[in-house]
Design a protein around this ligand. Structure first.
Ligand code: NAD
Length: 484
């Protein structure tokens, strides 16, 4: 195993202010080079998971997170260190998850910015004062911390997603038990390592590495965990929802997407192709906000498809750390098989594979795949189910109304985009898209760190994440009546 400076060969749990090992270990692979794994990681048993939950609960009871200045300073220190080390963290992320290095560095920077944003929010926790309808009584409405927050995250944004849950949880005075996806323990360790030096009291933040079914489910089911913030697949999310709701815990879910990008006849062709290539294929299509359905008005359809194929042919797929690489590997063997299975499904249901869709061999042994573009129909499985790989389906639309109908004809509702020069259509689309986020002349993927993120329908459940709106999930409201 090749060691990178600052990265240990064994990633450990961070429990109650100390690092702990377990009897069981797993291997964190490098999807660009299976002969050069990132490291080993420990896998928590039930006892260790419980001890992390108990540490967070005790820290919360003792008021460890009471002082806002201390919280703000800690979050600022975390964010500043992440930003100062974004290249090194980006390298680790690119090796472990497979995102091309510039994208990985940008994700690390975003994680740093999120912590710095919430350092400010910790000092701006809103409250209200009202006069009572009765004499000599004042009313104060305050936002209080919820308690222990269980943070359960996927592998595809291994620094940014944990950051956008952990930072607000801590900013609003909660304590955290964090369980990352098993494919990315190195990134989780790196975050915990930085948090461990931030001056937060022991138990305020805990990292538990290990399986979702064991450690994850134990956190979601624990009566000591007052709220669960989950991002991942629809299937896992629905189980998390049942388990959390059955014990009346607060819960927030961000799940899959099948995001449409509409291209109207009057669109600027370059803008539309840039948006589609970036949205559908960058980060290997492994984004919940990926533009996987390209809905193109008839008058521009041929020109759009031709330009897409030319651009796809110019993209470089290779090792995530190689200079000039546009698309890194697929995250693991299981996901690569799923992508290739969907290529076969698309062909079987009569879609035309316009280009790509094969596994690739490169100088290193990795999970490489050609980005694929299908011409298909809206009722096909490849146009309805989340593939989570570099696969998009282009579909013609008769006119704007038809395009809007197709865009909304999905169980998901995370993000939708439109490329047009018509203000009338852009405004109408913004209003009538059944999604939590709308993009005009932009890819569906790629969002700011200081504003809300989330969707509708099967994509999301509960309060929005990020920005000042995160307070809705990470606080509970108290109304106090005070008479003199
Ligand atoms: P996943 O559902 O397999 O796993 C997500 C997390 O849940 C992991 O940490 C996993 O260990 C844990 N887990 C698994 N079983 C569990 C259980 N029974 N109880 C508690 N936790 C459990 O998802 P994934 O494969 O890591 O990520 C890919 C999915 O994430 C895609 O569907 C993608 O769309 C979605 N995603 C959504 C968003 C969004 O914000 N909408 C963002 C990124 C990814």
């Amino acid at each position: 195993m090749k060691r990178e400076p600052h990265v240990p060969t064994l990633f450990k749990h961070y429990l109650n202010g100390g690092w702990e090992t377990s009897a069981t270990v797993g291997l964190s692979e490098n999807p660009s080079d299976l002969d050069e794994p990132v490291g080993e990681y420990v896998r928590a048993d039930a006892r260790q998971t419980d001890s992390a939950i108990e540490a967070a609960s005790a820290a919360f009871r003792e008021g460890s997170q009471f002082n806002v200045a201390r919280r703000a300073e800690a979050l600022d220190a975390i964010g500043s260190e992440i930003l100062a080390r974004k290249t090194e963290l980006g390298r680790l992320l690119a090796r472990e998850e497979g995102k091309a290095l510039p994208e990985a560095i940008a994700e690390a920077a975003r994680a740093g910015q999120i912590f710095r944003f919430f350092a400010g929010e910790a000092l701006r926790i809103p409250g209200e004062h009202r006069s009572s309808v009765r004499s000599n009584i004042d009313i104060d409405i305050t936002r209080e911390p919820v308690g222990v927050i269980g943070v359960v995250t996927p592998w595809n944004f291994p620094l940014a997603i944990p950051a956008w849950k952990i930072a607000p949880a801590l900013a609003y005075g909660n304590c955290v038990v964090f369980k990352p996806a098993e494919l990315v323990p190195g990134c989780a360790w790196a975050l915990a390592d930085i948090i461990s030096r931030s001056g937060l009291p022991a138990g305020a933040f805990n990292l538990v590495l290990g399986s979702g079914r064991q450690a994850g489910a134990r956190i979601v089911g624990s009566p000591l965990v007052q709220a669960v913030s989950f991002t991942g697949s629809v299937a896992t999310g629905s189980g998390v929802l049942q388990a959390a709701v059955s014990r009346q815990a607060k819960v927030q879910l961000e799940m899959g997407g099948k995001n449409p990008l509409v291209v109207l006849n009057d669109a600027d062709l370059n803008t539309a192709v840039d948006a589609a290539i970036n949205g559908a294929y960058f980060s290997t299509g492994q984004r919940c906000t990926a533009s996987s359905r390209l809905i193109v008005e008839a008058g521009i359809y041929e020109r759009f498809v031709e330009a897409m194929m030319a651009r796809l042919a110019s993209l470089t797929v290779d090792h995530a750390l190689k200079k000039g690489v546009d698309i890194g590997p697929v995250v693991d063997e299981r996901q690569l098989k799923q992508n290739l299975d969907y290529i076969a499904i698309g062909r079987k249901e009569g879609a035309e594979l316009l280009c790509g869709g094969r596994g690739l061999e490169r100088a290193t042994r990795g999970h490489f795949m050609e980005p694929a573009l299908f011409a298909g129909a809206p009722d096909m499985r490849i146009a309805r189910e989340e593939i989570f790989g570099p696969v998009a389906v282009v579909m013609p639309a008769d006119d704007y109304a038809h395009a809007l109908h197709l865009a909304n004809d999905t169980p998901f509702g995370l993000c939708a985009g439109i490329c047009t020069q018509s203000l009338k259509h852009a405004r109408h689309f913004k209003r009538h898209s059944q999604t939590g986020m709308v993009m005009v002349n932009l890819p569906t993927a790629g969002v700011d760190f200081h504003v809300p993120f989330g969707g509708t329908k099967a994509s999301s459940y509960g309060a929005r994440e990020q920005g000042a709106y995160a307070a809705d999930f990470y606080t509970t409201i108290k109304t106090a009546y005070v008479a003199s």
